[in-house]
Design a protein around this ligand. Structure first.
Ligand SMILES: Cc1cc2nc3c(=O)[nH]c(=O)nc-3n(C[C@H](O)[C@H](O)[C@H](O)COP(=O)(O)O)c2cc1C
Length: 220
């Protein structure tokens, strides 16, 4: 199988999308042989760059993060660039993995609805959209923690190599929890009260020399 993967993170190669792609490929290789190529969306300069890749692909997987309850702006442009393919013959199969910083899958439901609508219009077969919550901070987590979190990604890939489909049971398992239950909310409040919830964001602010600007309101 020839697989074309697009990484739609504005962070490019150094992103959580890259980690997800890495695990998807591992899952494919656990199940069989796959010939793949990864493209970084932010490196595509014009619509023709995308058209050339898209029309010669057999299967396309697009991985990108949730941004402000929707998609990064460059992904909107990516879909606009694909408009000439709507309803055309000889298109690739197409599937998506969308992921979010927040831990509840419900945040990604509107974006999945959008992809469920346009996916069939720009493909020969729409494989579906997998939601993966809680992906922020993987870069500072242990490899064991990341491997556990990425289990459903590898399972989806392995099942895909065997059946040519995205397994709906694995996709449902990945999109959990839909919302936190009362117990989880108590634990989160506790962690927040102890100041641990802000740990990663404070780390990023410090790393970017922006610790003293965390209250800045440039558009206010
Ligand atoms: C500008 C911006 C907006 C974001 N908006 C959301 C959001 O609305 N909901 C959410 O759950 N996560 C949001 N996130 C978190 C990202 O989805 C999350 O960090 C993801 O793992 C980033 O993936 P990447 O490293 O592949 O870009 C946002 C992140 C950024 C930088």
């Amino acid at each position: 199988m020839q697989l074309t993967i697009f990484n739609g993170s504005p962070r490019g190669k150094k992103s959580n999308s890259s980690i997800i792609i890495e695990h998807f490929i591992k899952g494919c290789e656990e199940a069989g042989k796959v010939d793949y190529k990864v493209h970084i969306v932010k490196q595509l300069k014009k619509a023709e760059d995308l058209h050339k890749i898209y029309k010669t692909s057999e299967v396309v997987l697009v991985v990108f993060p949730l941004y402000v309850d929707s998609m990064p702006a460059m992904m909107k442009e990516f879909f606009e660039w694909l408009e000439p393919f709507v309803g055309k013959k000889g298109l690739p199969k197409l599937g998506f993995i969308i992921h979010s910083g927040f831990g509840e899958a419900i945040h990604s439901f509107f974006l999945r609805d959008y992809l469920d609508k346009i996916g069939p219009e720009i493909s020969s077969e729409y494989l579906g959209t997998m939601i993966k919550p809680s992906t922020e901070g993987m870069a500072i987590q242990t490899s064991g923690m990341v491997k556990k979190k990425m289990r459903t990604i590898r399972d989806l890939a392995a099942a895909f190599i065997q059946s040519g489909k995205f397994d709906p049971v694995i996709m449902e398992k990945s999109a959990k929890p839909i919302k936190y239950n009362a117990f989880a909310k108590v634990i989160i409040r506790l962690i927040k009260g102890l100041g641990f919830l802000d740990f990663y964001w404070n780390y990023l602010l410090k790393k970017n020399g922006a610790k003293d600007m965390h209250d800045a309101r440039p558009y206010a």
